[in-house]
Design a protein around this ligand. Structure first.
Ligand code: ATP
Ligand code: RIB
Length: 313
């Protein structure tokens, strides 16, 4: 059997990450932080790298500016074997940039400048979908909403299942996304979409039900940070715990979780086993600083699972 073929549609950013951002300042205030650095990121790019590191054949569709940040992102793709033929270099704008303010618990707040991601259009995505067959499309919301909807429609016309990571947090109508394969928001995204903060299991279940009714996916999977993930298939819910790790920086954990989950499902794992695998991949990512540099490969995840005494499919 050949490799699973994945099309990732969406954002690519240079991340400026700042450690020790333990307080969020008010306007007019300033917070003294710790070290800072630059790392390639962006939800789409992180998913693409994570999927490639899990052994998939990955193509990225998106837009970069004609600048050094764009060139660095392309280099990372080349290193991990992600195909870049459908990445458009946009002469009009800058490469996207995200300011990631990370606190001592490894959690962050961020400011994102869309840059070239904001010009990604349906024609860019159609070019990739017309050229090749893909087993799955993975996307997020860090691009124009109309491109999200059109990507979904273009994939459906070709019977390709779509995995939507609903980040960053925003309230969007889900009607045009009805029939997704997987809808997967984190806690903040769940609250933005449903108005329910999933801080207890009861509230998480209610939010998952509402999302299921609105988008009619095959599965809703809520990412609940250190509490794990809540799976809902329209009938039953199950909270699937994650692994205990020392959290350094959760940046890209959700992207890694989603990509690893998608690849394991394409490889034939059953859902709960795939979620445990994805938790392991995301757990390793959380225990390291930065976005793409923190994403583990398949071998590292298997090793981690073996050490945890877990069966691997
Ligand atoms: P991002 O947007 O930065 O990619 P996210 O906010 O979408 O991340 P989270 O809900 O924080 O994603 O976490 C995704 C997954 O990462 C969880 O389902 C879990 O597997 C793992 N994870 C996150 N935080 C922790 C933690 N403190 N300990 C262990 N695993 C964690
Ligand atoms: O999901 C994490 C990503 O979100 C970061 O890499 C940053 O670029 C923001 O887009």
């Amino acid at each position: 059997m050949g490799k699973t073929k994945i099309l990732v549609v969406g954002s690519m950013n240079m991340d400026l990450f700042v450690e020790g951002a333990n307080q969020i300042p008010k306007f007019g205030e300033s917070t003294i932080c710790g070290r800072y650095g630059y790392a390639t990121g962006g939800k789409g790019a992180n998913q693409a790298i994570a999927a490639a590191l899990q052994g998939a054949d990955v193509t990225m569709a998106g837009r970069l500016g004609d600048d050094d940040y764009g060139r660095s992102l392309k280099q990372e793709f080349e290193k991990t074997g992600v195909h870049t033929d459908y990445i458009v270099t946009d002469k009009e704008t800058q490469t996207g940039l995200a300011l990631m303010l990370v606190n001592e618990d490894g959690r962050y707040v961020s400011y994102s400048c869309l840059g070239a991601n904001g010009n990604l259009c349906a024609e860019d995505v159609a070019a990739a979908l017309d050229a090749e067959h893909f087993d799955m499309v993975i996307m997020q919301l860090e691009m124009p909403l109309e491109t999200v909807y059109r990507t979904y429609e273009l994939a459906r016309e070709r019977d390709i299942p779509v995995f939507l990571d609903a980040g960053p947090a925003m309230k969007i109508p889900l009607k045009r996304l009805q029939g997704l394969y997987i809808l997967s928001p984190n806690e903040a995204e769940t609250e933005a979409l449903t108005g329910i903060n999933p801080d207890t299991e009861v509230k998480a279940v209610e939010a998952a039900r509402q999302l299921y009714e609105a988008a009619r996916p095959e599965y809703v999977i809520l990412k609940l940070g250190s509490r794990g993930a809540l799976l809902y298939d329209g009938k039953e819910t199950e909270l699937i715990p994650c692994f205990k790790v020392k959290a350094i920086d959760s940046t890209a954990a959700g992207d890694t979780f989603g990509a690893a989950l998608a690849i394991r499902l394409c490889k034939g794992d059953e859902m709960k086993q795939a979620i445990r695998f994805a938790h392991a991949a995301a757990g390793i990512c959380v225990s390291r600083m930065g976005a793409q540099i923190s994403i583990p490969n398949e071998g590292e995840v298997i090793e981690f699972l073996k050490k945890a005494g877990e069966e691997i499919g």
